[in-house]
Design a protein around this ligand. Sequence first.
Ligand SMILES: Nc1ncnc2c1ncn2[C@@H]1O[C@H](COP(=O)(O)OP(=O)(O)O)[C@@H](O)[C@H]1O
Ligand SMILES: [Mg+2]
Length: 338
Amino acid sequence: MDKGPTVDEAREDSNRPLPRPTDDFAPLLESNDPVMQRLLETAKRAAGSDAPILLTGESGTGKDVLAHQIHRWSPRAESPFVTVDCTSHAEHLLESELFGHMRGAFTGAINDEPGGLEAAHGGYIFLDEISDLTAPLQTRLLHFIKEQSFERMGSERTITVDARIIAASNHDLVSEVAARRFREDLYYRLGVITLRVPALRQRPGDVLPLTIRMLAGATVRNHGPRLGLSPEASSALVRYRWPGNIRELRNVIERAAVLCPDDLVTPEYLPDLLCNDPSSATTPSASLDDIEREHIIRVMAESPTLEIAANKLGINVATLWRRRKRYGLAATPNVPRN
Ligand SMILES: Nc1ncnc2c1ncn2[C@@H]1O[C@H](COP(=O)(O)OP(=O)(O)O)[C@@H](O)[C@H]1O
Ligand SMILES: [Mg+2]
């Protein structure tokens, strides 16, 4: 039977230099969307407790970003944050990634090695793509959650560890439970606090603030001019359905920042799909309210204060305040941090 790469091969793999991170801008942690605002509030409160957290939501919605942020908000911020991706390993390697192993526990285990749980002592263990965990590992994890203790592979010595769990899944775990692929008892243990991260198309008011943040990041990275967005480009971004969520938005903005020869991103630097997508959320004949809302969001996203935004919009602050409330927009303009 092919057991996949040995631990040492897998380690060598993880020693390869990582690609340069493209995320050297602070994530945007304010939202114009009431559902997302509530979710961020709950996440902040959850960060103060020790209950396990389950993050669900489509791929690219920001579950990794949120998990890291919960760690930063928590009293464990100075302690480790260890990620274990439950998709990426053969079962025995994943078991070892989680629980560690003793020399000789399986072919290729040439040293005693601690696993992620031991490394996360005092801090967090982030179990990404938890629905891919095999049945035996689900059982072992459940045991750990109940007892706070486990044994390394090939060892009988019980190790007690204080690690807080955040699990994430793109798949609907409820249907995995219904299909008997995921243990119901584990699901309830993991999901004491469940946070459903909305798809980007469900929070269209955040598309432009995120875009501005990403453009600012691109400016810093490329040592280029400050990049702006034309109104047509803004509309195309807001109307598009973003099946790949924030990850797709980031790729689109990176591409535009590279292709754009001057300081204004116009639709010609966006992928054709965005401008001709028949499934876009709103049609070109959007209502006046939609257009006004979109324009206010864009100007607020580009302005450091409400006064400056009101000035640009040619209205007074009190009027902007009322419009903002009417359209359900956040109180503070979104200022890029770099
Ligand atoms: N709040 C945010 N602000 C800025 N960028 C974000 C935010 N959330 C997600 N992203 C970006 O979107 C991409 C996908 O996020 P990630 O957390 O990996 O999603 P998921 O884990 O849900 O697939 C990443 O490049 C990340 O930087
Ligand atoms: Mg992820």
